[in-house]
Ligand binder design. Structure first.
Ligand code: HAM
Length: 420
């Protein structure tokens, strides 16, 4: 016998019963966008490599180290998408959504691919539910996006240990001055060579350094919110005021920077305190300027990406993963070959009434079939043997109480539906 294949390193399979939780999370994360007029969009899983280089930014780890890039048989350089925003914006522009009613608002879900060092909560394929809204610079839109994340995580999924960090990263007029100040400040510190290099190339990322010897030296670092231009300050204040109106609990995080280059003004991250190092269960922000970089008009946009994998882990950490009720409500068991046809008809009738129903296959013994009925989570076993056939009836057994009664086949669906 040859060895079994394994899923590639850094990936995993979503299999039952975990997949119930997975689907529940996707559904919950997608609900606020659906309630808020965001239309569903689906784009290819691979794009021109140049789209990500230009859109996400060459200096980011995602682009410089983590992309799955390959040449196709036509000699094109393609990349499996490492994130959703660049491809979705490409599609919105290509399909002229920017010429219709603004803001144009979409939501999406699907896998993303990053060649990262795998660990708990960090995978080489991960799934996000995301939104992008383009063509508006209204701070109310930033607040709407943050509210949607918070509402899904806290209200719909019931997570208690979520913190939402909010910052402003300024704009192209105020950030360069701040960047200069920060570079000057960082130049005076005792940093190792790679960090010194980063301080030149992407100084804001140094603020995010987790090592205590670096953080100790950053206590007096200049912070972006103290150096915002008047317009950015107004925008930031309005976003925060709206969040208060929407009752979204947030924390100001003046050192928050994100791993992607396109953010300006509002940035945010949703952290879960039960997850250890990979605690970000979502993040996003405003990206005015990005659409122009991608060849579109000078309009702004804002969005988020929420991690499905990590949200499942967060629910498990808070023990909120157990309460999904089985879809199977009834389990039909034929006894003896003569009952097969009737059992099948009954099964299909129940399903036709919207009642989740499974059928026992392979003529198993009643004992084995009852075991499977218990495992399925069904509320009722419906047993049909020769005696029942003669009376055009079935034995309906309540699997939690053990009670059973004989019910006429024509009343079966009604009986089950009434007692669910
Ligand atoms: P991101 O912060 O890179 O943002 O990813 C969003 C979320 O995806 C993270 O908070 C995390 O939950 C999850 N995630 C990212 N990488 C991994 C991984 N290797 N393993 C497991 N989960 C992961 C974006 O991708 C932006 N496109 C979000 C956005 C949309 N900004 C504006 N619009």
């Amino acid at each position: 016998m040859s060895d079994l294949f394994k899923a590639p390193k850094g990936t995993y399979d979503v299999i039952p019963p975990f997949s119930d939780l997975w689907l529940r999370v996707k559904e919950a994360l997608a609900t606020p966008p659906k309630l808020s007029g965001y239309g569903y969009i689906e784009t290819p899983m691979f794009e021109d490599t140049a789209l990500f280089v230009r859109g996400v930014g060459e200096s980011t780890d995602v682009v410089s180290k983590e992309m799955y890039t390959f040449e196709d048989k036509g000699g094109r350089s393609l990349t499996l998408r490492p994130e959703g925003t660049a491809g979705v914006l490409r599609a919105m522009l290509e399909n002229r959504l920017d010429r219709g009613a603004l803001p144009a608002k979409v939501w999406y879900t699907g896998p993303n691919f990053r060649y990262e060092q795998p660990q708990s909560g960090r995978y080489r394929q991960h799934t996000q539910v995301g939104v992008e809204a383009i063509g508006s610079s209204d701070p109310a839109l930033d607040a709407e996006v943050i509210w949607m994340a918070s509402y899904a995580q806290r209200e719909l999924l019931g997570l208690k240990k979520v913190r939402i960090l909010v910052n402003s990263l300024g704009c192209k007029s105020c950030r360069p001055n701040y960047r200069k100040l920060l570079i000057e400040f960082l130049a005076k510190l005792k940093l190792d060579e790679p960090t010194k290099a980063r301080a030149q190339l992407n100084p804001l990322r140094v603020l995010d350094d987790k090592r205590s010897e670096v953080q100790e030296q950053l206590v007096d670092a200049p912070l972006m919110p103290d150096h915002l231009c008047q317009e950015c300050r107004n925008h930031h204040e309005q976003v925060l005021n709206y969040l208060v109106d929407l009752k979204v609990n947030y924390e100001l995080a003046p050192r928050l920077v994100r791993g992607l280059d396109y953010y300006v003004r509002t940035t945010f991250e949703c952290l879960h305190d039960g997850l250890g190092a990979q605690s970000a269960i979502g993040g996003g922000g405003r990206y005015d300027g990005l659409i122009e970089t991608l060849g579109g008009p000078a309009i702004g946009g804002v969005g988020f990406g929420l991690g499905v994998d990590r949200t499942c882990l967060a629910l498990q950490a808070e023990k909120l993963d157990q309460n999904s009720e089985a879809l199977t409500k009834a389990y039909v068991i034929p006894i003896g070959e003569s009952a097969n046809q009737t059992a099948m008809q009954v099964t299909w009738q129940l399903r036709d009434q919207g009642i989740g129903t499974e059928l026992a296959f392979d003529g198993r013994s009643i004992k084995a079939a009852m075991k499977n009925a218990d495992r399925s989570g069904a509320k009722f076993a419906i047993i049909i043997g020769a005696d029942e056939l003669e009376k055009s009836s079935a034995v309906v057994k309540n699997l939690s109480s053990g009670d059973q009664e004989l019910i006429a086949l024509e009343l079966l669906a009604q009986h089950i539906a009434r007692n669910l």
